[in-house]
Ligand binder design. Structure first.
Ligand code: CAA
Length: 379
């Protein structure tokens, strides 16, 4: 067993850390305040190869692995969780199902531009009436000659409105619930496809979250991903890996908050000495650092399992569960270390705290992660 990253992973970490520090961090607070997504940052990520980290070069990627991808999401989220989730949804939720279930033609047509960062990807599963109960969706896809006609709507879509390619789930056979679900590749310029409400959010405010609407949206039959009826499994398997991307985001947020709190505690003096020398603060920081490290190890382990082609559903549910909770605890404590200053926008910890909350909710709530883990234990 080795607890050191390979040279390639260390190199990717350093590259993303430098990029995050120099190009992402300086505008993070303003983008959060203005709820502003910047395509330019995404394009810069593409130039570095981040948009196609785990995909082979033949599909426009850089041929690395899921661990490198998690390290990239972590380093971005350490300064800006919105940028972290932009990449996470793009790679895990759009690229992954295309890579895993796409035909050669679909991969060349859709995965390649995503991997090269010429296009942005998104994933549409959740509906107003079906969140945790993903199988309760209502959106339909009716076959009509060489097209499917989609009707319905999806909500809480990360990268909504800025994405060019959406992986969407709809019922081709409404009578048999999840066994009648199919997956589709929908281009944003398809007639009948439109963007609905954009959410105003507590955190990850520079990552757009919107509704997407299908009104007699005619999707070519060749854009069916996998087979008819296979959609629910595609959705679930996609989330298995996606959850670990969110765990990586949570680790990054927590690390960012810890870095800020530790630096502040060394400078801030009360009762004649730096507050890091006061046991109340010192022990808090020790607990925070331990949470971050444990979350990181679970996340890297799940990524390593996925890269090695081994089962990882349980481990990625565990990593998201633990890392999401760790991010919430650590960011709340970081605000506490800063005291009154932490509650202001003069420091980034209040943003980290707001951003952390979503990691306990999306890609399956913490309660759903427990369901997934316990069902695997029961098998
Ligand atoms: N891999 C492969 N197949 C799976 C699977 C997995 N991980 N999980 C379930 N399945 C299969 C089951 O084997 C079963 O197959 P059969 O029909 O052949 O028996 C089928 O799927 C149905 O499984 P369940 O009976 O377990 O289904 P369920 O209705 O009880 O739901 C659930 C399971 C885990 C609760 C699921 O609904 C779920 O994950 N809910 C949460 C949804 C979620 O995470 N949403 C996040 C939206 S995306 C998001 O947040 C994105 C963002 O923008 C960042």
């Amino acid at each position: 067993m080795r607890f050191r990253l390979s040279e390639e992973h260390e190199m990717i970490r350093k590259m993303v850390r430098d990029f995050a520090k120099n190009e992402v961090a300086p505008t993070a607070a303003a983008r959060d305040e203005e709820e502003r997504f910047e395509r330019g940052i995404f394009e810069q990520m593409a130039e570095l190869g981040l948009t196609g980290i785990p995909w082979p070069e033949e599909y426009g990627g850089i041929g690395s692995d899921y661990l490198a991808y998690c390290i990239a999401v972590e380093e971005l989220s350490r300064v800006c969780a919105s940028t972290g989730v932009t990449l996470s949804a793009h790679v895990s939720l759009a690229g992954w199902p295309l890579y895993t279930f796409g035909t050669e033609e679909q991969k060349q047509l859709y995965l390649r531009p995503l991997a090269e960062g010429k296009k942005i990807g998104a994933y549409g599963l959740t509906e107003p009436g079906s969140g945790s109960d993903a199988g309760g969706m209502k959106t339909t896809a009716k076959r009509d000659g060489d097209h499917y006609i989609l009707n319905g709507s999806k909500i809480f879509i990360t990268n909504g409105g800025v994405a060019d390619i959406y992986i969407v789930f709809a019922l081709t056979d409404p009578g048999v619930k999840h066994r009648g679900t199919s997956a589709f590749i929908v281009e944003a310029n398809t007639p009948g496809f439109s963007i609905g409400k954009k959410e105003a959010k507590l955190g990850i405010r520079s990552s757009p979250t919107t509704e997407i609407i299908f009104e007699d949206c005619r999707v070519p039959a060749r854009n069916l991903l996998g087979k008819e009826g296979q959609g629910f499994k595609i959705a679930m398997q996609t989330l298995d890996g996606g959850r670990n991307g969110i765990a990586a985001q949570a680790v990054g947020i927590a690390q960012g908050a810890l870095d800020a709190a530790a630096a502040y505690a060394k400078e801030r003096r009360q009762f004649g000495k730096p507050i890091i020398e006061q046991q109340g603060i010192a022990f808090k920081l020790a607990d925070m650092a331990t949470q971050v490290e444990a979350a990181r190890l679970l996340t890297y382990q799940a990524a390593w399992l996925e890269s090695a082609g081994l089962p990882y559903s349980k481990e990625s549910a565990m990593s998201k569960l633990f890392a999401g909770d760790a991010a919430m605890k650590v960011t709340v404590e970081a605000v506490q270390v800063f005291g009154g200053y932490g509650y202001t926008k003069d420091y980034p910890v209040e943003r980290f705290m707001r951003d952390a909350k979503i990691t306990q909710i999306y890609e399956g709530t913490q309660e759903i992660q427990r369901l997934v883990i316990s069902r695997i234990l029961a098998k």
